[in-house]
Design a protein around this ligand. Structure first.
Ligand SMILES: NC(=O)c1ccc[n+]([C@@H]2O[C@H](COP(=O)([O-])OP(=O)(O)OC[C@H]3O[C@@H](n4cnc5c(N)ncnc54)[C@H](OP(=O)(O)O)[C@@H]3O)[C@@H](O)[C@H]2O)c1
Length: 289
């Protein structure tokens, strides 16, 4: 069994992280393709609604670059930056009205007219799944949307689309710092429907590598000892842990070219079961029952 290439996440490209220029983003995307990564994760809210435009500017600099990526575009969160948000609280809106506006805005900022996957970013308890499914099918028929995905939906949330619309992918938080999605049935509910799991924050946003954080301190000794055994660095072990799960691809969070190859390499081979459980046990602080 071999695992599959990670996606590259864009969350930290711009104002929420590395503040890369469009030329630097284009260089990072070129390097990602060289490393074997061909899927780019996006969301309208990243960088306070600025990162899609940054990626769009990178595409504009390099004709042909966009066509080499499958784009996963997430929409459905209303942030404080949105003028419709008069009460100034963040909220989720999966109404057809909001989704239509947000998809148009995604196309405008990225400078594209099609995304390979459209993903609902967060579960909205007020969702009308049948209305969303009708709307997505309409966008698919117009050629604007390829596959449909959800994110942070939980096992019952994803079930809402049963019999309405195939869900191709489910992006969930999953790492050695956060495994609730394994124990609450979310991961199994996703794979059971034939959908791909996309594990976000596989390094806990970098915290899991920092011995100054409680989670990082718990993991440091086992990561160090296993790193030697497998010839991998601690980050690669964390990525391999998540990528070893069935039908699971990790979403890489790095903005550094020199970390892409190691990320892909880490996900190419699953961990043996005993090593996988040893890491999980160290993260949990106690053995599985
Ligand atoms: N669906 C959702 O709700 C949701 C939520 C959050 C994120 N996401 C997606 O998931 C992606 C990944 O999330 P994340 O950024 O939190 O991922 P992550 O991989 O857990 O964290 C990435 C951070 O770790 C740092 N890092 C430190 N050492 C590293 C090493 N050796 N190798 C790689 N990175 C290292 C990176 O810095 P450098 O840049 O310096 O390498 C970066 O700041 C996001 O870009 C976004 O696309 C989705």
């Amino acid at each position: 069994m071999s695992t599959s290439a990670p996606l590259l996440g864009s969350m930290r490209f711009g104002d929420w992280g590395a503040r890369l220029s469009p030329a630097a983003v284009a260089g990072l995307l070129d390097a990602a393709l060289d490393a074997g990564i061909d899927t780019l994760d996006l969301a309208d809210i990243y960088g306070g609604h600025t990162t899609n435009a940054l990626v769009g500017a990178a595409f504009a600099l390099r004709p042909g670059l966009r066509a080499r990526f499958g784009l996963v575009a997430k929409i459905g969160i209303v942030t404080l930056a949105n003028p419709v948000n008069v009460r100034q609280v963040p909220f989720y809106d999966l109404s057809v009205e909001h989704l239509t506006r947000a998809l148009d805005e995604t196309f405008r900022t990225l400078g594209v007219n099609h995304v390979e996957t459209l993903m609902l970013h967060r579960f909205d308890p007020r969702i009308d799944a049948a209305a969303v499914a009708d709307w997505v099918r309409g966008e698919q028929a117009r050629g604007r949307v390829g596959a449909f995905g959800v994110s942070n939906f939980g096992p019952e949330g994803i079930a809402l689309f049963d019999g309405l619309l195939p869900v191709a992918s489910h992006q969930i938080e999953l790492s050695l710092g956060h495994w609730a999605t394994l124990e609450d049935g979310t991961h199994a509910a996703t794979t059971r429907r034939g959908a791909e799991v996309q594990a976000w924050s596989p390094l806990g946003g970098g915290d899991l590598l920092d011995p100054a954080t409680p989670r990082g301190a718990r993991l440091a000794p086992v990561l160090q000892s296993m790193a030697g055994e497998f010839g991998l660095d601690p980050a690669a072990l964390l990525l391999r842990w998540a990528a070893s799960l069935p039908r699971t691809r990790v979403v890489l969070g790095t903005s550094r070219i020199d970390r892409l190859h190691a990320g892909v390499e880490a996900c190419a081979t699953p961990l043996p079961r005993d090593a996988w459980y040893a890491l999980w046990e160290a993260a949990r602080g106690h053995p599985v029952p």
